[in-house]
Each structure stands twice: as C-alpha cells, then as structure tokens.
Design a protein around this ligand. Structure first.
Ligand code: ADP
Ligand code: MG
Length: 390
C-alpha cells in the first residue's frame, strides 16, 4: 500500500509540475483511544498514529512561489512564501500553506539566519477525510517534516507538532489542540502516545493489541460532525465556567474528590460537563496504568465508561454512535466508545480477532434495520510517526 502511494504521489507531482520531486515525506492520521475533550482543559489524552498516511512529494524552487496540488482536486493553489494569509475560502490548501507559514514563524524566532524559498508540493492520502482520524494533521505534519529538512530549520518533533497546530489555528482558522499533530509525529509502531496537554510531555506506551489477539475496529457512522451548530463551543464554555466557579484556571486542577463541592456550587448541566472532564482525565491515567500492569484486555471497561460519560454527562453522542457501541459489545468487543469531538464521526471497538467479522456484520445489520446510513468499518493498527520515505 505504502509503495503504491509513493509511486502515485511521485507521478502526481511529475504530471502536475513536469519534473521529479526531491523527496516524499509521509505522516499518519491518528485515532484517540481515550481522553476526549480533555486537551483544551490541559488534561491527558492517549491517541495513536494509525497505518493510514498522507504523502507529500516536494521540491524547493528558486523563487518565492509555493504551488500545492492534490489528487483531491484538479486545481493548483499558489501563494508567495512570504505572504501566506489566513484562509478565506476554507480551501484544503490552507493546511500545507499553514504548515509553511508556521515553520517560518518558528524559524524566524529561533534562527539568526533563515530564508524561506518557494516549493512545489503534491499530496496523496489514504487517511479518510472528516472521519475524526485527522487527515488534516497528516497533511500538516508531512509538509512540516519536509520543510524542516529542506529549509534546514532543525526543529525537533515536539516543535513540529506546535508548527502544525499553529498553522491550523491561524491559517486554517480551526481552534484545535495539539493532540493530533503530536500523535502523527511521535507515534511508534504498536505504541500509544500518552500526552500531558499542560506540559506537552509525551510518553510512548506499548499497546500490545496484536500480541493479545486483539484489533481496533473503526466504525465510521458517516454522520457528519455538526460542530458548526455550536455544540463544541458551548462545551468549551461550560468547561471554562466550571473551572472559574472552582477558582482554577483549567479543569486539570479539579480532582475527583472535588466533585462533591462542584455539585453544590454550579448548575446541573455545568456540573455534568465538569464531571466528564475530571473523570475522563482519571480514566486516561487508569488506562495507561492498566495497560502496563494487566495488558490490553483490561482496558475495555474504561473505554465503555468513557462512552457513558460522553453520552450522559457531556452529551455529545448521537444515536448512531450509541447503537454502534452497544451492538459491538453485545457481539464480542471487549471495549468500545465514540471517539473524536462528538455529534457524529466514528466509534472504536477493541475486538478479539476471531470476532471481527461477527462484530462488523452485526453493526451493518443493526444500522440497516434502524434505517441509518451504511457505516464504514475497518481495522487500524498503531504505526510509526511521520518520516521521509524516499
Ligand atoms: P479530519 O482531520 O478529522 O479528517 P478536518 O476537517 O480537520 O477533518 O480536515 C479535513 C480537511 O483536510 C478536508 O476538508 C480537506 O480540506 C483537507 N484534506 C484532507 N485530506 C486531504 C487530501 N488528501 N488532499 C487535500 N486536502 C485534504
Ligand atoms: Mg482535523
């Protein structure tokens, strides 16, 4: 698969730009195993890089023009490397442009001598778009890794994660955290990235799914995220309200034993939002601990507890996600939960290999019986982070 995509991205580059690229860099998408809506509360997350990648074929140019193209659309987008502006039309090119802008910002502040030149870039990807698997971070990180090398900037992977996030925040205009880029850059085969979103310290934790006869299924419900409805923003506001009621700067500083007090001083809805974040942070820590001491079969109950908390306390699930989770658990999955920001997107199911087909077929049948759209179901494994391919 990787070889085919490298060949495709190289020939895509050649047919668009008429010469060979200097190299091809890849970066994976990611799935979040546990730790939802904890990142912007300075809490813990535990994602892993998946075996689906974006490939960026790139060559520097002699002038200051950036040209980007993708198998995604026939248009070549062009901008001057020194004049990358905030995206107006929400076009996909804002992702590679954003990476190019942010790496310059960081290079200018860190290096005495730095001069950005233009480049040509062609993008090919097998990360599903908009399924909550972070096709966006995969683009940013592949391009950032390439430019770091080609422009001789010398940033480390943590700095590159920040570059990806800055580009997405400022140039794309999406107020996302640093989880996606950290997973895409710091991932290791068969390991999860345990990330403290306050200190940005990251630790690689062995997952051991395959060794224990398990696989992680993604069930993409095809229900589009409805983040624009304001659900995401209102959850963020509730978290801020809860933190300020508790006299702390972020919910990271509220512990499970503080919840009794929290219940007394805030309205019920705000309290339940707070309880989700506080207990979810605890579940991330428990998942890491449980993996280390008892192996992956022990984390199923924590995954389901996370789902219940998102469904009942944070109220970000939808019927399709609840149905997917309940159905896979009835048919042999060890643990399951919705993953990502909520209001649609995908569920994950930790499943014994011999149950994969029964679990998958049961979800398809249940969705059909309920008149839901046909879900897309596939297995992912934990892959190595971004790298140069050729
Ligand atoms: P997610 O990161 O969960 O997949 P986002 O909305 O953050 O969803 O990012 C998806 C956007 O990234 C797409 O709408 C598109 O603009 C861009 N994108 C993803 N993959 C590609 C690709 N292969 N080529 C061009 N643009 C892409
Ligand atoms: Mg994204």
């Amino acid at each position: 698969m990787t070889d085919t995509l490298i060949a495709k991205v190289t020939s895509g580059f050649e047919s668009k730009f008429g010469y060979q690229p200097t190299g091809v860099w890849s970066a994976p998408g990611r799935v979040n195993l546990i730790g939802e809506h904890t990142d912007y509360n300075e809490g813990f997350v535990f994602p892993f890089a998946i075996n689906r990648h974006t490939f960026a074929a790139i060559s520097l140019r002699d002038d200051s023009t950036i040209r980007v193209a993708s198998s995604f659309s026939p248009i070549i987008h062009q901008v001057d490397v020194l004049a990358i502006a905030r995206n107006e039309g929400n076009d996909w090119a804002a992702y590679p442009f954003g990476a190019a802008w942010a790496i310059q910002e960081m290079a200018n502040s860190l290096l005495k001598e730095f001069e950005a030149t233009g480049f040509d870039c062609f993008i090919e990807s097998d990360v599903p778009v908009g399924a909550g698997l972070s096709s966006s971070a995969a683009i940013e990180c592949s391009v950032a890794l390439a430019l770091n090398e080609l422009w001789s900037v010398g940033l480390d992977r943590r700095q590159l994660a920040r570059v990806g996030q800055m580009g997405e925040n400022v140039i794309v205009g999406a107020p996302t955290g640093i989880m996606d880029q950290s997973a895409s850059l710091l991932g290791e085969t068969d390991h999860g990235v345990f990330l403290d979103c306050r200190t940005l310290e990251a630790e690689s934790i062995e997952l051991g799914f395959a060794k224990d006869g398990l696989e992680l299924l993604i069930i993409d419900t095809k229900v589009a995220h409805r983040l624009v409805d304001g659900g995401y923003a209102s959850r963020r506001e509730a978290c801020e309200r809860g933190a300020s009621a508790m006299g702390v700067t972020s919910l990271r500083d509220v512990s499970p034993s503080d919840l009794l007090k929290a219940k007394e001083i805030m309205d019920d809805a705000t309290f339940r939002r707070v309880r989700h974040v506080v207990t979810e942070n605890d579940r991330v820590l428990a998942t890491v601990e449980s993996l280390r001491t008892n192996g992956p079969r022990s984390i199923g109950r924590l995954m389901y507890a996370s789902h219940e908390s998102m469904r009942d306390d944070f109220e970000i699930s939808v019927d399709e996600l609840d149905t997917a989770v309940e159905t896979v658990l009835r048919h042999g999955a060890i643990g399951a939960r919705m993953t990502g920001g909520g209001f649609g997107g995908a569920a994950i199911a930790l499943t014994p290999i011999e149950k994969i087909s029964e679990v998958s077929l049961s979800v398809i049948a249940e969705f059909e019986a309920l008149g839901y759209a046909k879900p897309e179901i596939f297995v992912v494994s934990a892959a190595q982070g971004a790298k140069r391919e050729i």
